[in-house]
Design a protein around this ligand. Structure first.
Ligand SMILES: [Zn+2]
Ligand SMILES: [Zn+2]
Length: 426
């Protein structure tokens, strides 16, 4: 019987896991710079959390969730995104009661959506996201945007554009919703089946429709920013002026409504024309959500956040050789006694903080040298019968090709001195 990974999933093999670690490390460093702390929530949650938090008219919830009943008939869903779990946890652990009113979290990990795989889409994929919960402040919206831009720039992604828009507060959204209904009412029969339902439930979603993208009614649809209440407009103006002050380029994109129901006020996307990323690719997006915490049973606490698809960010890292750092020492025993001694030596070296490995395949010198090469070993340590007898090893620096006979008790000191003498760990 032959097994393969389920459709829409991939294995991250050792040859590319180094690159993933590089990306993760970069993200962790930037999060530390921004005083954003990691939160790890479960990979599955009660289905109701997502229908409630993400919205039961979104494609994510209606079509793409991995949902199942567990043995006790509970409705469970593999998380399709990260914000709902963070918000749930925030409420459950009453983090709103902490002395710091503003709490900043990040998450990183696999998400699950039942979509047609291909074109960079997977059913299990990875997201990194940030949530800043506690304040309804334009400053925090902008902190999120700057942070998102920082991540993208740190990855060397070129030709980026920050698109922003405002959906306004409840009052603005109500006015806008009415305008949309008025606008689409005469043509609703010409729209796709999904849009006819959206028209009833959530006309805002019509603007995201891929089927009716070209319908003339889409082109002159009302724009959210024309329906902002006074306070919503003030919020958005402040966002823009803060971005101006920080000299962050942005474009006000009135078509930006985001595919999730929970946003209010600011929404944003980072789009790149970097050929590595695919032209016009949206590489990250986010926005403000002011009602999610209260929807989930918490107090009226606003939040703002963003998320990146990590597979896409990985494209930016290109094809480095992914060997990471090579070994300090590759130990090459010849014969049984040498192998016993080698086992002791690698254990001792590892305990002393060196990266090392040994041949376990009882090969000849040639094969072992090839491994030393493949592992980019700084030293090859050769142990033959003669060395065992004399209680020494033969150390070859693979950079200088210099060879030395070193007594067993001097090995650590020898390596230390060698590295201090200008030969860096590589
Ligand atoms: Zn449609
Ligand atoms: Zn060296």
């Amino acid at each position: 019987m032959a097994y393969s990974a389920p459709r829409g999933t991939v294995d991250i093999l050792p040859e590319s896991s180094g690159k993933w670690q590089e990306l993760e490390q970069l993200i962790r460093t930037i999060c530390a710079n921004y005083n954003v702390k990691e939160m790890r929530t479960p990979i599955f949650e009660h289905t109701e959390l997502f229908t409630r938090a993400v919205g039961d008219t979104t494609d994510v919830v209606t079509k793409e969730m991995y949902s199942f009943e567990d043995k006790k008939k509970r409705a469970i869903t593999l998380r399709p995104e990260g914000t709902a779990g963070i918000a749930r946890s925030y409420v459950e652990h009453k983090l709103f009661a902490l002395p710091e009113k503003l709490q900043k979290f990040y998450y990183m990990g696999p998400m699950f959506r039942y979509e047609r795989p291909g074109n960079g889409r997977q059913r299990q994929f990875h997201q990194f996201g940030v949530e800043m919960i506690g304040l309804e402040s334009a400053y925090i919206d902008v902190e999120c945007m700057v942070m998102a831009v920082t991540v993208v720039e740190a990855l060397g992604i070129q030709d980026i554009q920050l698109h922003i828009n405002s959906l306004g507060d409840d009052e603005s959204r109500k006015a806008y919703r009415e305008a949309l209904i008025k606008h689409f009412e005469p043509v609703v029969d010409e729209l796709c089946h999904d849009c006819q339902q959206r028209f009833e439930k959530n006309p805002l979603r019509i603007l995201d429709c891929k089927v009716d993208h070209e319908h003339p009614a889409m082109k002159n649809a009302p724009r959210t920013i024309d329906y902002l209440s006074e306070s919503a407009k003030a919020h958005f103006d402040k966002v823009c002026s803060l971005l101006d002050d920080l000299e962050i380029d942005y474009v006000v994109d009135t078509n930006l409504v985001r595919g999730l129901d929970y946003y209010s006020h600011t929404v944003f996307e980072i789009i790149s024309d970097d050929p590595k990323m695919g032209q016009g690719a949206t590489i990250g997006a986010g926005g403000r959500y002011n009602s999610m915490i209260s929807e989930l049973g918490g107090p009226e606490v606003p939040g703002v956040g963003f998320a990146f698809g990590m597979e896409r960010l990985m494209l930016a890292l290109g094809d480095s050789d992914n060997q990471g750092n090579g070994l300090d020492v590759y130990v090459m025993p010849l014969g049984q006694e040498a192998k016993d001694l080698a086992m002791q030596i690698v254990t001792m070296l590892r305990a002393n903080g060196f990266t090392c490995d040994m041949d376990q395949c009882d090969r000849g010198l040639k094969g072992q040298f090839k491994s030393a090469d493949r592992y980019h070993a700084h030293f090859s340590m050769i142990i033959g019968e003669e060395e065992v007898k004399k209680e020494v090893v033969n150390m070859k620096c693979n950079h200088s090709k210099e060879q030395s006979v070193v007594r067993l008790e001097d090995i650590v000191e020898f390596i230390d001195r060698h590295f201090e003498g200008g030969h860096e760990h590589e």
